[in-house]
Design a protein around this ligand. Structure first.
Ligand code: NAP
Length: 308
């Protein structure tokens, strides 16, 4: 099968850190162009708009959209209308409605839409899912605490309305949770801490339960310096399950579980290639729905100003 001719759109941190090396390492794709207002990729034609790129290279098959979520819908709409397969970075959009509308448009156009959740492809996530399917769950505790100054220096969009604030990393935990839980979960109450000078929360505390009554507690915080924490701990009748470092390592009853070595983004591009070849979409909005629920139910607490 000939490689999928792919263009990358929104050349910034995640495009450079993860997308470009993963595309390079995947024979199912050939990177043929980039579109970005300022960023460029060496060795391929670069354009400042998608429109100019599609006009110059009409046989592009697919695009990966790596800009921040508030600006992704218009690009996704334009690409789908042009008949391209679309890979959406996470979160897939700024609202639930726009993602639903994109999914419908992809179906109408007969192209693949992939709402990617990179943390679901972390090495130990499938093993955690299998374990939870075989044990009776008593409780789940998520602790996702990191230093925003280190991970998102001067990223203004992340603090603006629709930028999600601490839910930008927190949604990664929710993407794992919604994948590994044997039953659906719902937010019962939430407390969101907003710096007095920002439109997005710096911390969030979510109290959830599963459909069968299992308590799930999630703590997200962007003020953590020193050791960073991205852990999910489940107490079960089969012992304690600890999913550590963003889903990359797993301990069950204190014993490490062997996991595969493939990187999250290598696995994402394998998945995207399968979707394109099979003419299917994968658009799960469950993690974004929980964030929307947290904003809908959450108590708003104003805390001290945050400056980079
Ligand atoms: P970023 O570097 O701040 O932004 C990516 C690029 O998007 C920018 O370089 C910019 O390129 C373009 N862009 C910015 N504002 C735009 C606008 N108003 N309209 C159109 N394009 C715009 O952000 P990032 O860290 O790569 O994150 C992008 C997405 O990837 C987010 O949804 C994030 O959650 C996700 N993600 C990030 C990471 C990470 O470690 N950073 C990890 C996983 C997922 P031009 O100025 O050249 O147009």
């Amino acid at each position: 099968m000939p490689p999928i001719k792919l263009a990358i759109v929104g050349v910034g941190k995640i495009a450079r850190d993860q997308h470009l090396p993963s595309i390079e390492g995947n024979q199912d794709f050939k990177l043929v162009a980039a579109a970005s207002r300022n960023g460029t990729v060496d060795g391929i034609p670069n354009f400042t708009t998608m429109k100019a790129m599609f006009e110059a290279i009409p046989d592009i098959d697919a695009v990966s959209l790596c800009m921040p979520p508030q600006f992704r819908y218009d690009a996704a709409y334009e690409a789908l209308i042009a008949g391209k397969h679309v890979f959406l970075e996470k979160p897939p959009g700024a609202t639930l409605s726009e993602v639903a509308s994109l999914a419908q448009l992809a179906t109408e156009r007969g192209v693949s839409l992939f709402a990617s959740w990179h943390s679901r492809y972390a090495a130990a996530v499938e093993a955690a899912k299998s374990f939870l399917a075989s044990a009776t769950l008593k409780s789940v505790h998520i602790v996702w605490k990191e230093d925003v100054r280190h991970w998102h220096p001067n990223q203004n969009w992340i603090w603006q309305a629709g930028g999600l604030g601490v839910f930008d990393p927190g949604i990664n935990a929710l993407s794992i949770l919604t994948h590994i839980m044997p039953t659906p979960v719902f937010i019962r109450s939430a407390a969101l801490e907003f710096p007095e000078n920002r439109q997005a929360p710096i911390a969030a505390d979510l109290k959830m339960t599963s459909a069968t009554g299992t308590p799930v507690h999630a703590e997200f915080d962007w003020r953590q310096t020193g050791k960073q924490t991205w852990d999910i701990v489940a107490e079960t009748t089969g012992g304690q399950m600890v999913l550590v470092d963003g889903g990359s390592k797993l301990l069950i009853a204190g014993k490490p579980v062997p996991v595969p070595k493939e990187s999250e983004y290598a696995a994402l591009y394998s998945r995207f290639a399968s979707l394109v070849h099979e003419k299917r979409s994968d658009v799960d909005i469950a993690p974004l729905r929980h964030v929307a629920d947290a904003f809908m139910l959450g108590q708003r607490i104003v805390v001290e100003a945050f400056n980079d």
